[in-house]
Design a protein around this ligand. Structure first.
Ligand code: PEP
Ligand code: MG
Length: 579
């Protein structure tokens, strides 16, 4: 029996057989083959090219000519590349001349071509490198496909173990079969962790070398409450966990009974609890768990898990579906927050040296106006169906906000010209998740209808700690005085400007942060559905006076350690079973 301690990122306990998966990136080592195997490899190359052409032709035909026109063009370009006999010959020649595998030859040739494109000054041509990488990936998928675990086709319950998981991979897990998640890398607010929480799958990350200890098929316990993973537990431990797991389920059921009760403090102050979602089919669960609307719809997840970018119609359908579930409750659509650890189909293979400081989020949208406008059109069209708001992520200065708003107005004008209905007075807000936005909140408030504080990124950027890097996870804490002071500034500035404010980062879902957030003046929290009942219970257990007094004390403290242990013990006194 081995016990590993990591970071608990999604509550619950699961016990199951281990399935180890590799990362999404294919790593292809140079592998020599015998001369006798060369013909077989050449045939594999030909088959992969042939199958890729079939796939792309189908994808091209599936796009309608209007909104999908641009995407159709991309596929047409890809098809032209693949049909170029010289390209295929370069790959098969390499297999023959150097006796290497089909995979290795594809990687080598495609990287050479991409490098050539990237070196060209003309940005149109250099951007074609992305297409080359996309094609390379398609071919590799075909070459390696049958050898890889197909998680979509799981038929038995497993605990997934990986060195690192991308949000895309995690979002593709079938909840019915993936009962637990454990990874060597990651942090509490890495996007894969956030997705696990939304799906309600117990998860532990930052286990460092778990993948070296565990073997496929081992019995594994994932304790997402205490942050433990136990490999091949003995009978006694197994029995203890079976009981513990049953108790936890019972607690969850008990919490579910407060669904109908209001989120009101003991001294009668109403707190609004909203949900965070990534996909339209999570909307139902927000209501089931007692959420009153959606405070953060991470729309970029519509781009993940699929080979092509969503069309305007696909955006619209996803939004309309969510509005249909929520009826007249509010929904905040955050415009795509791609980049960093979430990639578009086009960007997936163009690595940046510092992706979290790079072409991410609103910056990516402002440089890809066609993509941005496609989404804004869909949101605006959906705005006549219900109380919809739009929110821009990662705003760092006023100019960015003005630019984004200008584009929104351009799209409104386009819709006017086409006589398409939309809500002209749609609320436009921003995520405050960079120190620069927090420090200029009073200015940004003049141009915003609301703020939502993204404590995940705000903590990362304030403390200069990568939110997904397990090596620095102990340095990552929203309880740091610097982060708390920035949060307080934003709350005060929103209050002065009389605009709405919510918190939608993971602190909103952690019981120990409830008191300090309420004490600083927050009255709206947005969080993953499964955690709403517990946070409601916490709210119902405190008074605003207690929260204010705790906040006064905490804001006078100078160390993260002192603050985190203070808020934790205060919360533990109020609601012991949450810890
Ligand atoms: C945040 O940064 O706090 C946030 C809610 O956005 P995301 O986690 O999607 O980056
Ligand atoms: Mg963020």
């Amino acid at each position: 029996m081995d016990i590993k301690k990591g970071i608990a990122v999604s509550p619950g306990v699961s016990i199951g057989k281990c399935l180890i998966i590799d990362s999404e990136d294919y790593r292809i080592p140079r592998r020599q083959i015998d001369a006798s195997q060369r013909m077989g490899e050449v045939q594999r190359v030909r088959n992969a090219f042939r199958d890729a052409v079939v796939e792309l032709t189908e994808l091209e035909q599936a796009q309608d000519d209007t909104a999908g026109g641009r995407i159709k063009d991309i596929f047409a370009v890809h098809l032209r590349f693949l049909r170029d006999r010289r390209l295929r010959k370069r790959v098969t020649d390499l297999v023959f001349d150097e006796s290497v595998t089909a995979e290795y030859a594809v990687v080598t040739v495609f990287h050479e071509i991409a490098a050539h494109f990237t070196s060209v000054k003309d940005s149109y041509i250099s951007e074609r490198a992305d297409d080359i990488y996309d094609l390379e990936r398609r071919l590799l998928k075909l070459l390696l496909g049958s050898k890889r675990e197909d998680l979509a086709r799981l038929r038995e319950e497993v605990v997934v173990v990986a060195r690192e998981l991308s949000p895309t991979q995690t979002a593709g897990f079938n909840k019915a079969f993936v009962r637990g998640i454990a990874s060597d890398a990651g942090g509490r607010t890495s996007h894969a962790a956030i997705v696990a929480r939304s799906l309600g799958i117990p998860a532990v990350v930052a286990l460092e070398d778990l993948t070296e200890i565990v073997r496929g098929g081992d019995n594994v316990i994932v304790d997402g409450n205490r942050g433990l993973v136990i490999v091949n537990p003995d009978d006694e431990t197994l029995q203890q966990y079976e009981t513990y797991s049953a108790d936890f389920v019972a607690l969850e059921h008990r919490l579910d009974t407060i669904r109908e009760k209001p989120a009101v403090t003991r001294d009668g102050v109403k707190i609004t609890l909203l949900g965070n979602i990534e996909f339209p089919d999570e909307a139902e669960m927000i209501l089931e768990k007692g959420g009153e609307g959606i405070g953060l719809y991470r729309t970029e997840f519509l781009y993940l898990n699929r080979p092509t970018e969503p069309t305007e119609e696909e955006h619209y359908r996803a939004y309309a579906q969510t509005i249909g579930v929520l009826k007249d409750r509010p929904i905040v659509f955050r415009t795509v927050d791609l980049g960093a650890d979430k990639y578009t189909q086009r960007k997936r293979f163009a690595p940046e040296p510092n992706p979290f400081l790079g072409l991410r989020s609103i910056r990516l949208c402002l440089q890809n106006l066609a993509m941005f406008k496609t989404q804004l059109r869909a949101i605006l069209r959906a705005s006549v169906l219900g109380p919809v708001k739009v929110m821009f992520p990662l705003i760092t200065n006023l100019q960015e906000l003005m630019q984004a708003k200008m584009i929104l107005h351009d799209v409104m004008e386009d819709l006017d010209e086409e006589s398409i209905a939309y809500n002209r007075d749609i609320d436009v807000g921003i995520m405050v998740e960079t120190p620069s936005a927090a420090l200029t909140a009073s200015t940004l408030a003049r141009e915003s209808d609301f703020f939502s504080i993204g404590t995940n990124d705000l903590t990362q950027y304030t403390l200069a700690v990568d939110r997904g890097n397990e090596l620095v996870s102990t340095l990552y804490s929203p309880a740091d005085p610097a982060v708390l002071r920035l949060i307080r500034t934003v709350i005060q500035d929103a209050y002065k400007a009389q605009i709405d404010l919510s918190v939608c980062g993971e602190t909103a879902s952690e019981p120990e942060y409830v008191m300090i957030l309420l004490g600083m003046g927050v009255r709206t929290l947005s969080l993953a559905a499964p955690l709403i009942p517990e946070i409601k219970e916490m709210i119902r257990s405190v008074t605003i006076e207690e929260c204010n007094s705790l906040t006064r004390k905490v804001l006078a403290m100078n160390s993260e350690r002192q603050i985190s242990s203070y808020i934790r013990s205060a919360a533990r006194k109020v609601l012991p079973e949450a810890f």
